[in-house]
Write a new protein. Structure first.
Length: 94
């Protein structure tokens, strides 16, 4: 099984940023996805990383692996949308 690798771009320590992180962790837990790597990038601390990834809004979640790369913008509260949008059904069904 390929390990799930993601980057979450946020803007500072805010309620919206904290909510996106908590919502993602809850979704992954509830769908039984335990083997993942999540890198949280604060665009205020690392604006070059945001520019390199063409981040236009935060929070933005990028699924890096398994390919293909997928992106979702928002607070990640809609679990079915997160699962479909990141194409995680194959990981869940393993």
């Amino acid at each position: 099984m390929t390990r799930l690798v993601m980057k979450l771009f946020v803007s500072g320590r805010s309620m919206r940023s904290d909510s996106a992180i908590a919502n993602l962790e809850l979704t992954l837990s509830e769908f039984g996805i335990g083997d993942y790597e999540l890198t949280v990038v604060d665009v205020q601390d690392d604006p070059q990383a945001a520019e390199d990834e063409f981040i236009l809004a935060t929070p933005t979640l990028i699924k890096v692996s398994p390919t293909p790369e997928k992106r979702i913008i928002g607070d990640l509260s809609n679990q079915p949308l997160v699962i479909r949008g990141l194409d995680l059904t194959a990981i869940i069904n393993c």
